[in-house]
Design a binder for this molecule. Structure first.
Ligand code: B12
Ligand code: SF4
Length: 535
């Protein structure tokens, strides 16, 4: 793993779990984000409590850290979305305990039990109400090492897209955090110099007028109406209490277009300027494969994107290549739709069946039962390996698509990126899209951003950790340039991006560390088990 010691997005859980740590018993935790620098086992002493957060994409690295920490005599507790879905796996890998669901409340209990040598195998954090969701400990953040800090305003999503685990883990009942805590965090981040933040919500607009109108269940409809009212009230208060020049990025559904009041408030009051929208597919069959038929298809989606951009929120369209109904032709058609839609940014991810999703469970059931008499598989797409997340295979080689060979899927995906971010297309967007009215500096910045975006995210889409992946000298130089320009406009305190030397890294090992990679973040609570004394 190589890292430049700087990361795009803060992994929010680290700072939330830091807040949940009983500092009176163990002192402040040491935070390590492997996107910034690799975990150094030498900082662990016997009796320390090490918390590791894993998602399916980075659990291999998480298990490496787990083994290294265990060898040093630590008590290791694993949480995060992957541990929530498969809590037995970290235990099989040697963890002392696994935490499922939200760690905000249950983490302190696990730490106390560890100190008393009474640790249980599993702690069920569940889906806690918004009022119980903790603030993040931004006092432990080194702001110079991240481009954006993350605030969560709401957890859960009422939809049930078949490729997504959010509604399974976080539930379909949206849970809104307390307004005061969100505002407090936003102001704290502002003071730390941030002028652009990420609202790390599962879905920022779970209850728009369009969503409410298509809800068949009357009770749920009323509940969504209440959530919409709460959201609008929260937007008002946020607007009053947070500086006007703190802007934000978020992820939301295209259905926001159905709600003029909500969309305007997102722009005017929450100051959202960019948003990732799950377009998934421009074809009706693709949307059906994704269980997202409520998303507009084709031209209707293009008009939706344009409508949102006309309101001032620039759209990053997220498109999946390799949904079950896809063929080489449909992917090419989608690529053209994306270019013609006017979306200012687009990402083309390759379909993956993550554990916890409906697709995954159905495909695994197909895998087990295919060949049994009378069994009708639900999918034509096949998962080729058990526990594929533990293999070094790239996601594209883990899935056998019914219509497209993996190599072709990769090639078509690459073409999507190449054509969307080809210089001719970038210039066309500058002449015809929302960028048309921008000053020349904005146009140049957009050109640079497009080039960097493609170099950094091509193939997999936006992630928190791409800075550390193996990037060539040109990409690294461009990233440095981009960070410099960004910090000029969106940071109060300028970010000086320098690569830390090995010795500097070692010296810092006993203090706060942060960064970005595809590796997991680690939270090390320094506590001497059994004594309760700070180390
Ligand atoms: C915001 C977000 C992003 C943002 C920012 C990511 C970031 N680093 O902050 C962006 C857009 C960059 C992103 C990108 C991607 N994401 Co994303 N993302 C999310 C989202 C919506 C919220 C994450 C978040 O910050 N939540 C707020 C924090 C506080 O909650 P949390 O992380 O769940 O932590 C709580 C608990 O899990 C637990 N916990 C967590 N760790 C630990 C550790 C210990 C020790 C304990 C005790 C407890 C604990 O306690 C915490 C507090 O309650 C989640 C959805 C979700 N519900 O998880 C998807 C999600 C994590 N992303 C997902 C995916 C697939 C991706 C991408 C691969 C998508 C892509 N491009 O193809 C990339 C790559 C991610 C990467 N490597 O960086 C999947 C992961 C699926 C899986 N099974 O692993 C999720 C679950 C969404 C989904 N579609 O199903 N993502
Ligand atoms: S993909 Fe988006 S809209 Fe669909 S369930 Fe997941 S969070 Fe909700």
């Amino acid at each position: 793993m190589s890292t430049i010691g700087y990361s795009f997005i803060t992994p929010r859980w680290l700072f939330v779990i830091a807040q949940a740590t009983p500092s009176d018993l163990v002192g402040d935790p040491i935070i390590i984000d492997e996107t910034l620098e690799r975990f150094d086992p030498d900082i662990v002493n016997p009796g320390d409590i090490v918390g590791i957060g894993i998602s399916s994409g980075n659990c291999v690295a998480g298990y490496r850290v787990l083994k290294e920490a265990k060898q040093k005599g630590a008590t290791v507790i694993v949480g995060g979305v992957h541990a929530t879905i498969l809590p037995d796996e970290p235990i099989e890998m040697g963890a002392d305990a696994a935490v499922t669901g939200n760690g905000d409340l249950v983490w302190a209990l696990a730490v106390k039990d560890a100190l008393k040598n009474e640790l249980k195998r599993q702690y069920v954090g569940g889906r806690i109400p918004g009022s119980a969701m903790q603030k993040a400990r931004w006092d432990l953040l080194d702001p110079g090492r991240y481009m954006f800090a993350t605030i969560q305003t709401l957890a859960g999503c009422p939809e049930n897209c078949s490729f997504c685990s959010v509604w399974v883990t976080d539930g379909r009942q949206p849970r809104q955090r307390e307004t005061d805590r969100i505002i407090e965090e936003a102001n704290e981040l502002y003071k730390l110099g941030f002028r652009y933040i990420v609202f790390a919500d599962d879905n920022f607009n779970p209850a728009t007028l369009g969503r409410i109108a298509r809800e068949p269940n009357q009770q749920k409809r009323r509940e969504l109406e209440r959530i919409r009212d709460d959201r609008l009230r929260f937007f008002d208060e946020y607007d009053r209490a947070v500086p006007k020049n703190l802007f934000a990025f978020t992820q939301m559904t295209s259905e926001v277009i159905s709600d003029e009041e909500y969309l305007s408030a997102m722009y005017n009051k929450m100051r959202i300027r960019t948003a990732l929208i799950g377009v998934e597919s421009f074809s009706e069959q693709g949307l059906e494969s994704a269980n997202k038929q409520w998303n507009p298809a084709g031209q209707a989606m293009a008009e939706t994107i344009q409508g949102i951009q006309e309101k001032g929120i620039l759209v990053l369209s997220s498109i999946i290549c390799g949904l079950e109904s896809d063929t080489v032709d449909t992917i090419r058609a989608m690529s053209k739709f994306a270019r013609d839609s006017g979306t200012i940014l687009a990402q083309f991810t390759i379909y993956g069946a993550y554990p916890g999703t409906k697709d995954y469970y159905e495909m695994m059931s197909d895998r087990r039962n295919r060949g049994s008499a009378g069994f009708v598989p639900k999918h034509q797409t096949r998962i080729l390996y058990e526990k594929y997340w533990l293999t070094p295979e790239k996601p594209v080689y883990v899935i056998k698509h019914p219509n497209i060979e993996s190599a072709d899927l990769l090639a078509e995906n690459k073409k999507c990126w190449d054509s969307f971010y080809g210089m001719r297309e970038i210039l066309r967007r500058i002449r015809t899209g929302p960028a048309k009215s921008w000053p020349i500096a904005g146009k140049i910045a957009y050109c640079c951003l497009s080039v960097i975006f493609k170099r950094v995210y091509s193939g997999h889409g936006v992630s928190a950790d791409n800075v550390q992946r193996k990037k060539g000298i040109i990409t690294r130089t461009l990233i440095r340039l981009g960070v410099g320009v960004y910090s000029c406009f969106f940071r109060q305190r300028k970010v000086v991006l320098k690569v830390p030397s090995r010795s500097a890294t070692a010296k810092r090992s006993a203090s706060l560390e942060a960064g970005m990679t595809s590796d997991p973040a680690v939270l090390r609570t320094l506590g001497s088990a059994g004594t309760g004394k700070d180390v």
